[in-house]
Design a protein around this ligand. Structure first.
Ligand code: SF4
Length: 339
């Protein structure tokens, strides 16, 4: 009996292409950092909000969801920042898109299918590909994948780079196979994060230092300076709401799919499976140090690589987590169709 194929995701293949060592840490040694990346927390929070909104279009429910997902906001600064930003963002988003030009067909749709050798059409016995798309929508007779993105900055470069989003293109192929529909393109739903900070006000010492400086410059020996107080939650929400009235904070971009790209990406995926099996057989997952700071911050495994996998570093900064946790829903999802 042949072994059950490994359920792989495009995230794994993309990581393998970028740095094989990172795949070894994450997928073979099953390590993830204990400290969560705050940008990822905000991104998944907004994804959940958008799913709830597009499902039932109930703003009160969305705001309650944000409260629930930021339970430590009263004392955790990161959560408070996410709560403020998400609350203002979703209030503005729901007002901006009160009426949609598309009809929602499915949300958070999962799929699973074979990885096929393009030369022989034989399916890989080692891997299947599984994934999840944010949504499938219909505009007239055309179906589009709906893809949510939270961006810190939206410019021409950002939009240009969407073309390189291979994951969604290959997912479109699998959704077509699973659901028996033709996907015309991708509708990117981009929400820009406000970069505002809630003002903390001045400490007594800071105020005294500023006051002394003003007095030294004053010809009358007096100053009307008052201590700057922390910005209240209401004041900060007002400032954020004002920011989100800027139309540039939300953007929809449609990309039409080319059938040729499906073929290129399917054969690349096949090549990646071959390279992975070879690396695993030989036990060689080399480092690509050119990728360590790719996202303008160190890779999640930087501490591990720098210490050559020191067990103390593993024990103190990482935990073991099964791969593909984002797809845990798959085996029990009764709506799932394997093909
Ligand atoms: S730190 Fe650099 S070499 Fe190590 S896994 Fe990350 S990207 Fe690869």
């Amino acid at each position: 009996m042949s072994p059950t194929p490994i359920v792989s995701t495009y995230s794994m293949w993309s990581l393998f292409r970028n740095c094989r060592k990172a795949v070894d840490w994450r997928y073979l040694q099953q390590l993830v950092p204990l400290e969560h990346d705050r940008n990822l927390h905000f991104g998944s929070l907004i994804h959940e909000c958008l799913q709830a909104w597009h499902e039932r279009r109930d703003l009160a429910e969305v705001l309650a969801l944000i409260d629930k997902l930021c339970p430590k906001r009263l004392y955790d600064e990161g959560q408070r920042r996410d709560w403020h930003n998400a609350t203002a963002m979703m209030k503005a988003y729901t007002a901006r898109y009160a009426v949609e030009e598309f009809e929602v067909v499915a949300l958070e749709k999962t799929f699973q299918g074979p990885i096929v050798n393009p030369a022989t059409s034989a399916a890989s016995r080692s891997f299947v590909l599984a994934g999840k798309v944010d949504g499938i929508v219909r505009v007239g007779d055309d179906y589009f994948l709906l893809e949510h993105k939270t961006a810190s900055q939206l410019d021409a470069d950002y939009l240009e780079r969407l073309w390189t989003d291979f994951q969604i293109t290959i997912y479109a192929y699998y959704v077509e196979q699973t659901m028996g529909i033709t996907i015309t393109g991708i509708l990117y739903n981009i929400l820009v994060k406000a970069r505002l900070q809630q003002s903390k006000g001045e400490t007594e010492e800071e105020y005294e230092a500023r006051r002394a400086e003003l007095l030294a410059k004053s010809k009358t020996g007096k100053t009307t300076a008052k201590r700057k107080l922390p910005e209240t939650d209401e004041e900060f929400q007002e400032r954020l709401a004002e920011k989100y009235t800027d139309p540039a904070m939300f953007h929809r971009e449609t990309l039409y799919l080319s059938r040729d790209r499906f073929d290129i990406l399917r054969s690349e995926l096949w090549e990646l499976t071959k390279a992975f099996l070879d690396a695993r057989r030989r036990g060689v997952f080399y480092q690509n140090t050119g990728f360590c700071f790719n996202f303008h911050r160190p890779c999640a495994y930087f501490a591990l690589c720098r210490s050559n996998g020191n067990p103390n570093v593993i024990e103190n900064f990482y935990q073991r987590v099964e791969p593909n946790e984002e797809l845990r829903v798959l085996p029990n999802d009764p709506t799932e169709t394997a093909f």
